[in-house]
Design a protein around this ligand. Structure first.
Ligand SMILES: [Zn+2]
Length: 141
């Protein structure tokens, strides 16, 4: 074990204010997981406190190389993600419906109204078709 790794390896948290600390790869993946790892398996941390912290050297958000931290949670205390409630689904459906409603003709479309047109394809086409070369004008000529 390298010196740096040994420095990080502090499962009892003696040198880290009581926070159990492990180096990257030093955490037992069957016991600990990061929030992201929990989410991947459809879990959430629930009310459990941070179980340990992970430290490693790596690329930082600022493009440099430095010390990184990640909070670790326990699998056995993680909760299943709550399925969306009926109310949340209704809110989503409503928002989705609003995105599909054409402000020009008021018709709810199968697709989301293209933002660049600001109206449904039919209205957009009508707009362009009613320009100089429309059938109506040709008939009148
Ligand atoms: Zn329309």
């Amino acid at each position: 074990m390298s010196r740096i790794r040994a420095e990080y390896m502090d499962p009892a948290g003696v040198r880290h204010g009581g926070m159990p600390t492990v180096h990257w790869g030093g955490a037992d993946p069957t016991i600990y997981a990061t929030k992201r790892q929990l989410a991947k398996k459809g879990k959430r941390r629930g009310r459990q406190p941070v179980a340990a912290q992970l430290r490693w050297w790596g690329i930082t958000g600022h493009g440099g190389y430095g010390e990184r931290f990640a909070d670790l949670y326990r699998w056995d205390l993680a909760k299943d993600k709550r399925p969306a409630t009926r109310r949340q689904l209704a809110a989503l459906a409503k928002a989705n419906r609003a995105l599909r409603t054409c402000p020009t003709c008021g018709v709810v479309r199968e697709y989301v109204i293209p933002r660049k047109y600001g109206e449904c394809i039919d209205c957009h086409d009508d707009y362009w078709c009613s320009k100089p070369y429309s059938g109506a004008e040709r008939e009148a000529a």
